[in-house]
Design a protein around this ligand. Structure first.
Ligand code: BGC
Length: 741
C-alpha cells in the first residue's frame, strides 16, 4: 500500500468506483489519469477487437505467439524469458494495454490439471525464477504484470468454488514460494487473486493471503486485481485487501461498497487504500508509456524461434540418430507436421501473427526427399491411413513422427481425466517402427503425457511442450542440428498416472481438494517414494557431452556459492543447464530427498572448459517451521548435488551451515524432550526433575531395566502431575510461570 495522499476532493463514491473496472478490460478515468486496459497474456497479447470474453472465443488482434509456459519452462533460461517479457510489453502497448495478465506461476501439482500448459513447472524455484524474469522484462518496457493465479489454484474442476486444503509447509514452500520470489524480486505492478478458496476462504476475500502475506510479509506495493468474475462479495473482498474487481461495468456493485461504509460495516480507510493502490497502478501505466518501443514483428518472430529452440528437450537419442543428415530421405508423419499444435485454449489463446509449418521448415533444410503422410487424425479409414504412413516410412531412411495432444484436450476450464496419448497415434507409431526402426518422435502437448511406450519404440524423442508460432522452424533447427538442444523437463514424466503424488486427491470431491501429498510434489515425491519415472525432472540431452569437475561450496556472507568447472567433451558446440539440488538427510523435519535451489545455463564451444558459479541464498535454504510460523535455516551439514538433471548427479560436496536459533514457545503441551532442549527452561527443569522425579525414575529403572528418561521424553508437561511421583500441579504451574514469556 502506498502512502501517497489521495487527490483532493475525491468523494467516497468516486473512491469506491475506482475499485472496479469500467468495462471488460478497462479501468475507470478518475483524478485526471487516463483509464488503462488490462489484457491477456501471458505468451502473447490477446487484445480483443470486438466482443469481449475471458475464455478466448471472440477474435483478437494478431500478435506474436511466443512459446506458452509449457514450452518456456523447458528453456530454464531467465535471460531469454526476460527478452520475451520485453517484446510482449511492446506489443501490449501497441495494442493500447498497460497491464498484461501474466505470468502464471502456479505449480503443476497434477499432470491432469487443465491449465498446466500456462504454468512453468512442478518446482517452485524454477517457476519463480522464470516468472520473475518475465516480469522484469515486461515492466522494463513500461507495461505492468499481473502475477496469477494467487493462490493454490491447481485444477480447473469446480474452479470457482473449490477449496484447496493445503498445510502450512506445502503452502509456503511449494505453492506460495514462486509468487514470493516474483513479488519480492521483480515488484510486479499487480497480482491477480484466483477463483478458488484457500483453506476455507475465497482467495478474493482472504485477508491473510492478500494483506498479511502479500503486503505485510512480502512488501507488495501494487494493486491486487481479481481474476475475472472471482469476486462474489465486493465488501468482504475489499476488506481483505482486493483493490480492483474485474471485469467491470456493474455500478450497483460499487454502491454496495458505499453503503457498507455508510452503515459502518467497512472502514473508509480501506476504500482509500484500495483507491490509492489503483491510482498508483494507473500512474505507473501512464509513466510507462515513455518506455514503449515500436514493434518489429519480424524481430519478434525471430526471437520466438530462438526461444522455441531453447525449449526443446531431447529426451532420447539412441545411437546418435539426431541430428539428421540432411541428405537422407525422410518420411514425415502426423497432422501436427502441417497443422502444428502450438498453444492451449482459453483466455491465453493468441491470434498468432504468423505460423511456421514444421513440414515446410523441414523441407527448407533437407537436401534429400521428404515425403508426408498424416497417419491419423484426419478423415479417412484409420487402417488405410496407418498403412500409408508405414509405407512411406519403409521407403525413407528415417521417419519423423509428430505425436501429441489435440487442441480439444487442453484448455482453461477443464482438466484431463488421463495422461495418455491417443491410442490411434500409438497404433501408427507401432506400425511405423515395425518397418522403420530409425524413427524420431516429436511431441506437442501442454500437460505431461505418458511416454513409456514411445520411449520403448522410438530411437529419438524431441519434446517441445508447446512452442508458439515459430515452433515449426525451431523443430527443424534441432532436427538438423542448427540448434543443439538444451531444453530440460520442467515436469516429471511418470510411468503411470497412478504413480503421481496427487493421484488419489485430484480433482477433489464436494468442492474440497485435499493436498494430501503436502510438500512432496513432482520429483520430491518420486524421489522420496523411490518410484521409477520415464523421464525425470530436469532431464534433457545434447548432441554433445559435458563433464563436470570437482564441486566446491563455500559461504559468502549469507549466501552459499557453488563453483565447478564444466567441459564440453564432444565435438560440437553446446549449451548445458547445470542444476544444483540440496539435501539435508538428517533434518529434524520431513524433507524431500533433494530440492532444486539454483541452475545456470552455459554455452561451451567444443572442447572448451569454463568455471561455473551458482549462488544459493540463505533464504532458499530455509524451511517453513509451523511451530513458530516462520522460516528457519536448520544448522549442520547440507549436501550440495550438482547435475545435469535431478537424477544425473555428477558431483557433490558437503557444507556446514550455521543454523537459526529455533526457540519454541513452551506451554503445558510441550513435551519433556522439548523442555529439555530449551536453552533456559531445560536446565531449570532438569534440576526440578532431579528433586521430584529422579527417585521414582531410578526405582523403576532398577526394577524393570527401562530407560525412563527415554520413555518419558514424549510426555507433555501438563500430564506429568497426573502420574503422581512428586511433580505436583503446583510445581508445574510455578515452573510454567517462570519459563513462559
Ligand atoms: C482467467 C485469467 C484471465 C482472465 C481474463 C480468467 O478466466 O483465469 O487467467 O487472465 O480470465 O481473461
Amino acid at each position: 500500500m502506498t502512502n501517497d495522499p489521495l487527490p483532493d476532493g475525491l468523494t467516497l463514491r468516486q473512491k469506491a468506483s475506482l475499485s472496479s473496472g469500467a468495462s471488460f478490460w478497462r479501468t475507470k478515468t478518475v483524478a485526471g489519469l487516463p483509464a488503462a486496459i488490462l489484457t491477456d497474456g501471458p505468451h502473447g497479447v490477446r487484445a480483443q477487437v470486438g466482443a469481449e470474453d475471458h475464455i478466448g472465443i471472440s477474435p483478437s488482434a494478431p500478435a506474436t505467439c511466443f512459446p506458452p509456459a509449457a514450452g518456456l519452462g523447458q528453456s530454464w533460461d531467465p535471460q531469454l524469458v526476460e527478452r520475451v517479457g520485453a517484446a510482449l510489453a511492446d506489443e501490449a502497448r501497441a495494442n493500447g494495454a498497460g497491464v498484461l495478465l501474466g505470468p502464471g506461476v502456479n505449480i503443476k501439482r497434477d499432470p491432469r490439471a487443465g491449465r498446466n500448459f500456462e504454468y512453468y513447472s512442478e518446482d517452485p524455484h524454477l517457476s519463480g525464477v522464470l516468472g520473475a524474469a518475465w516480469v522484469r522484462g515486461l515492466q522494463s518496457h513500461g507495461v505492468g504484470a499481473s502475477v496469477k493465479h494467487f493462490a493454490a489454484n491447481n485444477a480447473e474442476h469446480d474452479r470457482m468454488r473449490s477449496d484447496s486444503q493445503v498445510d502450512a509447509r506445502a503452502l509456503r514452500e511449494i505453492y506460495l514460494k514462486s509468487f514470493e520470489r516474483v513479488v519480492t524480486e521483480s515488484r510486479p505492478w499487480t497480482v491477480m487473486c484466483s477463483y478458488n478458496k484457500v483453506n476455507g476462504v475465497y482467495a478474493s476475500e482472504n485477508r491473510w493471503l492478500l494483506t498479511e502475506i502479500l503486503r505485510g510479509q512480502w512488501g507488495f506495493d501494487g494493486a491486487v486485481v481479481s481474476d475475472w468474475g472471482a469476486v462474489g462479495d465486493r465488501v468482504s473482498a475489499m476488506a481483505a485487501g482486493l483493490d480492483l474487481a474485474m471485469p467491470g461495468g456493474d455500478l450497483t456493485l460499487d454502491e454496495t461498497v458505499v453503503a457498507a461504509v455508510e452503515a459502518g460495516k467497512l472502514d473508509e480507510v480501506t476504500v482509500d487504500a484500495a483507491a490509492r493502490n489503483v491510482l498508483t497502478m494507473l500512474q505507473r501505466i501512464a509513466d510507462g508509456a515513455a518506455s514503449a518501443r515500436p514493434v518489429d514483428l519480424d524481430a519478434h518472430h525471430a526471437l520466438a524461434r530462438q526461444i522455441a529452440g531453447r525449449c526443446i528437450a531431447l529426451l532420447k537419442n539412441q545411437d546418435g540418430l539426431l541430428p539428421l543428415d540432411p541428405s537422407r530421405a525422410l518420411a514425415v508423419i502426423g497432422p501436427f507436421a502441417v497443422q502444428p499444435r502450438y498453444q492451449g485454449g482459453g483466455s491465453s489463446h493468441v491470434n498468432a501473427a504468423r505460423l511456421d509449418i514444421p513440414l515446410e521448415q523441414i523441407r527448407k533444410q533437407a537436401l534429400g526427399d521428404v515425403s508426408y503422410a498424416p497417419g491419423f487424425g484426419v478423415d479417412g479409414d484409420a487402417d488405410r491411413l496407418r498403412d500409408d504412413a508405414a509405407a512411406i516410412a519403409a521407403d525413407a531412411d528415417v521417419a519423423v513422427m509428430f505425436l501429441g495432444l489435440p487442441d480439444r484436450e487442453e484448455s482453461e476450464g477443464f482438466d484431463r481425466g488421463h495422461i495418455d496419448l491417443p491410442e490411434q497415434q500409438l497404433n501408427v507409431l507401432r506400425a511405423v517402427v515395425a518397418v522403420q526402426p530409425r524413427t524420431v518422435v516429436v511431441l506437442s502437448h501442454g500437460g505431461a503425457v505418458r511416454l513409456a511406450e514411445v520411449d520403448r519404440l522410438a530411437q529419438s524423442i524431441l519434446d517441445g511442450g508447446l512452442l508458439g508460432q515459430a515452433g515449426g522452424g525451431a523443430i527443424a533447427d534441432v532436427l538438423f542440428g542448427a540448434v543443439n538442444p538444451s531444453g530440460r523437463l520442467a515436469e516429471t514424466v511418470p510411468v503411470r498416472l497412478e504413480d503421481v503424488p496427487s493421484f488419489l486427491n485430484f480433482p477433489g470431491e464436494n468442492s474440497q481438494v485435499l493436498y494430501g501429498e503436502s510438500i512432496y510434489v513432482g520429483y520430491r515425491w518420486y524421489d522420496a517414494r523411490k518410484i521409477d519415472v520415464t523421464y525425470c525432472f530436469g532431464h534433457g540431452l545434447s548432441y554433445t557431452t559435458f563433464s563436470y569437475g570437482t564441486v566446491r561450496a563455500e559461504s559468502d556472507r549469507d549466501d552459499l556459492v557453488v563453483t565447478l568447472p564444466v567441459t564440453n567433451t564432444g565435438d560440437r558446440d553446446g549449451r548445458e543447464i547445470i542444476q544444483v539440488y540440496v539435501s539435508k538427510p538428517d533434518s529434524r523435519v520431513r524433507r524431500a530427498p533433494k530440492e532444486l535451489k539454483a541452475f545456470q545455463a552455459i554455452d561451451l564451444a567444443a572442447g572448451a572448459t569454463a568455471e561455473v558459479t551458482l549462488r544459493i541464498t540463505r533464504n532458499d535454504l530455509a524451511y517453513w517451521e509451523e511451530r513458530v510460523d516462520g522460516w528457519i535455516v536448520e544448522g549442520g551439514a547440507y549436501t550440495i548435488h550438482v547435475g545435469s538433471s535431478s537424477k544425473d548427479i555428477r558431483g557433490a560436496t558437503v557444507v556446514d551451515i550455521n543454523g537459526d536459533t529455533l526457540t519454541l514457545p513452551l506451554t503445558e503441551d510441550s513435551t519433556i524432550a522439548e523442555v529439555m532442549a530449551h536453552s533456559t527452561a531445560g536446565p531449570l527443569f532438569a534440576s526440578l526433575a532431579a528433586q521430584n522425579i529422579a527417585p521414582v525414575a531410578d526405582a523403576l529403572d532398577n526394577e524393570f531395566g527401562v530407560d525412563i528418561a527415554r520413555v518419558a521424553a514424549s510426555i507433555p508437561l501438563g500430564h506429568i502431575a497426573a502420574f503422581g511421583g512428586g511433580f505436583s500441579r503446583e510445581t508445574l504451574d510455578r515452573f510454567l510461570e517462570q519459563v513462559c514469556e
